[in-house]
Design a protein around this ligand. Structure first.
Ligand code: THU
Length: 137
């Protein structure tokens, strides 16, 4: 897969992720995070972090994005961006990398701010459905 995407699409995803970060529910950390992703079909989905008094239940922005994408019938992820409300780039946490791998597949591109890298390089030797002899699309 080509490690580029259109500059317009990337600009849109970055803008949507910053915009969505403003909706984050973060009474405990005050750390506003937004994520935006495009599907191969051209749809854009968004998510923000949602914290909880039971801290371990906190949903990351990427996880809430993936929940929305799946719930709306979205298929696959082409590119995913994650930003704080002031536009600072954020690397997906380990759990989110696993979720991105599951739904986006190994070639899904992650915006690292100055480069796009496939999720397989951020999560090498990943545990996937293949380890259970299950092929996911
Ligand atoms: N957070 C995300 O939304 N995504 C990440 O990849 C890393 C962390 C959120 C979770 C929590 O609400 C806050 O950032 C501080 O960890």
């Amino acid at each position: 897969m080509e490690l580029t995407t259109s500059a317009e699409l990337l600009d849109s995803l970055r803008a949507v992720s910053v915009d969505t970060a403003r909706n984050a529910y973060v009474p405990y950390s005050g750390f506003l995070v937004g994520a935006a992703a495009s599907t191969p079909g051209g749809d854009i989905y968004r998510g923000c972090n949602i914290e909880n008094a039971s801290f371990g239940m906190t949903l990351c922005a990427e996880a809430s994005l993936i929940g929305s994408l799946v719930a709306h019938g979205g298929k696959g992820i082409e590119v995913i961006c994650c930003r704080t409300a002031d536009g600072t780039f954020l690397a997906p946490c380990g759990r989110c990398r696993q979720m991105i791998m599951e739904i986006g597949g190994p070639d899904c591109l992650v915006d690292l701010g100055n480069e796009l890298v496939p999720i397989r390089t951020l999560l090498p030797h990943a545990f996937t459905g293949r380890d259970m002899n299950v092929e996911t699309s």
